[in-house]
Design a protein around this ligand. Structure first.
Ligand SMILES: [Zn+2]
Length: 256
């Protein structure tokens, strides 16, 4: 394929916080040339929206952290992967290595995953523990720590030159100075009001330079009204089901 024909887009499956189920659990899929390429997280409502969008389970997923609004879809995804035609062991799961024990505790450790026995949870998937970077479909992606509850339990994802997905986080200006320096769209946790777990717009305005704020796409807010209030302050706000154009992957092209 001619790389210059590549088109990278981001499909938002859900944009709400853990309580705003009507906005969907925060989850998205990176699309390449109109096809789902890498899905970020696997929440309950998010997975429902993802399946409705594509009519098939994700081909690959990256997991940011193991709060249930980001991993509650896994039991359902297990059934689809185990019983789906040609899917068993094929769906790739890129999971930061520090999260693997937590993900196992949260979704993989139920006794006898099938009532009739004969199956182990992770056999349904192709689990790939990852560190600070990994390869997917010939493309190198980067992983960075975020500030969300305990250290080393939450991570963001970067497709260099195209996308930074923060996952759930407080502001991380020093991390984004290193990880969002190539014109990426920055999909960022942001509600109207911050708290010890998540960013609020006042936090981002205090911590981030204007140039970075202009590239932010805000998600993980508390209600439709809060989303409208964020937009009224001049920010770009993500909506469930929306398809967003991403900057071309300049890092990849630089290698041509
Ligand atoms: Zn969380």
């Amino acid at each position: 394929m001619d790389r210059n024909d590549d088109r990278w887009r981001l499909r938002l499956h859900g944009v709400g916080n853990a309580s705003a189920v009507e906005l969907g659990s925060a989850m998205a899929t990176i699309e390449r040339d109109g096809r789902p390429w890498l899905t970020i997280d696997c929440g309950g409502e998010g997975l429902t929206a993802c399946l409705a969008q594509y009519g098939a389970p994700p081909v690959a997923l990256f997991i940011t952290h193991t709060h249930l609004d980001h991993v509650a879809g896994f039991e359902r995804l297990f059934v689809k992967a185990w019983f789906g035609e040609g899917l068993r062991g094929k769906i790739r799961l890129y999971v930061p290595a520090r999260l693997v024990p937590l993900l196992h505790q949260r979704v993989g450790d139920y006794p006898n995953v099938l009532a009739e026995g004969g199956a182990n949870f992770w056999e349904a998937f192709h689990l790939v523990p990852v560190g600070s970077a990994f390869w997917h479909d010939g493309v190198r992606l980067e992983v960075f720590p975020t500030r969300h509850h305990w250290p080393d339990t939450s991570f963001g994802l970067r497709l260099p030159g195209s996308l930074v997905w923060t996952g759930d986080t407080r502001p991380i200006p020093e991390v984004l100075a290193a990880m969002a320096g190539q014109g990426e769209l920055v999909a960022h946790d942001c509600g109207l009001h911050g708290n010890p777990s998540h960013s609020g717009i006042d936090d981002l305005e205090r911590e981030y330079p204007a140039e970075l704020l202009r590239r932010c796409l805000l998600y993980h807010y508390a209600s439709a009204a809060d989303g409208q209030a964020l937009a009224a302050r001049g920010y770009r706000v993500a909506h469930a089901g929306e398809l967003v154009d991403l900057p071309p992957d300049r890092a990849e092209r630089a290698q041509d």
